[in-house]
Design a protein around this ligand. Structure first.
Ligand SMILES: Cc1cc2nc3c(=O)[nH]c(=O)nc-3n(C[C@H](O)[C@H](O)[C@H](O)COP(=O)(O)OP(=O)(O)OC[C@H]3O[C@@H](n4cnc5c(N)ncnc54)[C@H](O)[C@@H]3O)c2cc1C
Length: 310
């Protein structure tokens, strides 16, 4: 393990923009989180591959951050190398096949598709986050899901045997599930998605997308910083997690600057100057209350990144 990562990084001379000790809060939709020891913004696969080789040699952890829409970064921040994918950006299409670079907001991909009379991605318009993050989470909403339209995924391998080579994963539907994708094993950085879309009508697609956006607005998704749903739903629990939380009267419950949304039990918002710790403690409080009252354990959908005092 290197003792002074910044010094080593400066010797290594990365060819992409790199920052040291930059707070990650602005990179997350919760707007909380301490600094990244090193935050790098690769613009292409070559820059990313060089960074990953350096990270492996230095023996420091690697964290990939997309749109930061499903994470809580700890107040102490993240050690090692954080790769932000925002500059891996671009969309093109050939016929009904859409190619989207991993850092491109998935909502932008849906808008591009609609503008080119391509249907299949409208369901996800206005959902925050990157295309890589949407694949990683197998994001879903409004009766749609990423896996059925995802044909292939280009990735950079982090596996020992083919370290730093670019590969193509052909979607196998059985490897995806509810908020599950094969990329959660953490052995690949997603570079580009190939979506198999269908011919559609621009005006109708935009009508559908505006409806979804309006519905999210009504549900208060954009009123305060948040990360969407906190807990996964589980059919075996008999009701969606949000309803169970509502039934226990936990809507509006506040802990420091973190608050269970007044509009939806399964959303926690940063109500002011919340810390990551307050958000995590409120998540755990809700989880404990549900377990106490109902005997079921809700599983968080959001991810806690970085160093936590437990
Ligand atoms: C207001 C709001 C509404 C939301 N509504 C929905 C919804 O309806 N449905 C839904 O499913 N989600 C929803 N979410 C959650 C979030 O939008 C999705 O989970 C989204 O897919 C996360 O993408 P991201 O790029 O922000 O990922 P991040 O939060 O940055 O990262 C999530 C995980 O993906 C990994 N990752 C990201 N990019 C890559 C990559 N290129 N290669 C490898 N790993 C990668 C990260 O390492 C991390 O483990 C909502 C969030 C908000 C804030």
């Amino acid at each position: 393990m290197v003792l002074n990562l910044q010094r080593e990084m400066e010797k290594f001379k990365p060819d992409c923009p790199v920052e040291y000790g930059t707070p990650l809060a602005p990179y997350t939709t919760f707007r909380v989180g301490g600094p990244a020891e090193v935050l790098a913004h690769p613009r292409n696969v070559e820059e990313l591959a060089r960074l990953v080789r350096f990270q492996k040699e230095a023996g420091v952890p690697l964290t990939v951050l997309g749109g930061g829409a499903n994470v809580v970064v700890s107040d102490r921040g993240i050690r090692g190398l954080v790769v932000h994918t925002g500059k891996l950006h671009g969309i093109r299409h050939e016929g009904t096949t859409l190619y989207v670079a991993a850092g491109t907001p998935i909502s932008e991909a849906a808008a591009y598709a609609a503008d080119h009379d391509l249907g299949g991605l409208a369901f996800i318009y206005a959902m925050p986050g990157s295309t890589g993050g949407a694949i990683w989470m197998n994001a879903r909403c409004y009766d749609g899901e990423i896996a059925p339209i995802l044909e292939k995924t280009r990735y950079l391998s982090l596996e020992e045997h083919d370290f730093c080579t670019v590969g193509t994963y052909q979607t196998r539907r059985e490897e995806f599930g509810y908020k599950i994708s094969p990329f959660q094993r953490g052995t690949r950085v997603i570079l580009e998605a190939t979506f198999r879309l269908t011919p559609g009508r621009r005006s109708l697609l935009w009508e559908e997308m505006r409806d979804h956006e309006e519905d999210r607005r009504r549900k208060g998704h954009f009123l305060a910083p948040c990360a969407g749903s906190i807990f996964k739903n589980n059919r075996a629990f008999g009701a969606p997690s949000g309803r169970i939380i509502d039934q226990l009267g936990l809507r509006g419950r506040q802990h420091g600057g973190a608050r269970v949304s007044d509009l939806h039990g399964n959303i926690i918002v940063n109500h002011g100057n919340a810390t990551a710790r307050e958000i995590r403690e409120l998540v755990e409080y809700v989880q404990q209350q549900v377990e106490l009252e109902r005997g079921i354990r809700l599983e968080p959908e959001i991810l806690f990144l970085g160093e936590w005092d437990r």
